[in-house]
Design a protein around this ligand. Sequence first.
Ligand SMILES: [Zn+2]
Length: 250
Amino acid sequence: MCGLFGLLVGSFLNVVIWRVPRKESVVRPPSHCPACDAEVRPYDNVPVVSWLVLRGRCRDCGMHIPARYPLVELACGVLWAALGARFAGSWALPAFLVLGAGLLALSVIDLEHYLLPNRIVYPLGIACAALLAAAALADGDPSRWVRALLGAAVAFAAFFVIHVVAPRGMGFGDVRLSFVLGLALGWLGWGFVALGLFLGFLYGAVVGAGLIATRIKSRREHVPFGPFLAAGTLTAALWGQAILDWYLHR
Ligand SMILES: [Zn+2]
């Protein structure tokens, strides 16, 4: 169920990914082809399937539609299915679904524009904080929400220090994002805060070293950090307990 909804949400994320960095409204006008302006027909707006049926071309002008569109939809469907399985029966499920969708959109935008727009980071932080507060109330355990806020504050402070020491390596967008990551990880526990942020740095270091070794990127070129931070936090949210158990009891 979550996976199916995830496909539809992924379709909306494609709108967000295209329009937010271009400072356009995500609500109006309805989806249209950027080349010929033709409005996308409802039956051509079915996630993944429509792109395959149209073989990656606009029905009206034949312009190439990048494979990124069905891939984002598919990624969101898989991510939501995984989160649905992980947080089944938990009041925190809505918060983590919103987090997953937000992090997916931010990652694609960061890869393309080297930017983590405030227009996504701020609403994402507020939505997650509100949904986790509701979950804490439903669980009758307000201390979890306090720990989430503390996790957010600790992550923000740590990233702020790194940003001051090495502003080239970490932009202020990453610092703002760390607040949202710390919030979700703090809800899960302090071990998750440490694990999720550590994995973000680990992914960034491994992929960064790989890109330099294969000469795809030079040492001086900028590699966006947001996607790695997002992947680290989502790894911890989905499989953190198993990783922490393995690490602490081996
Ligand atoms: Zn067109």
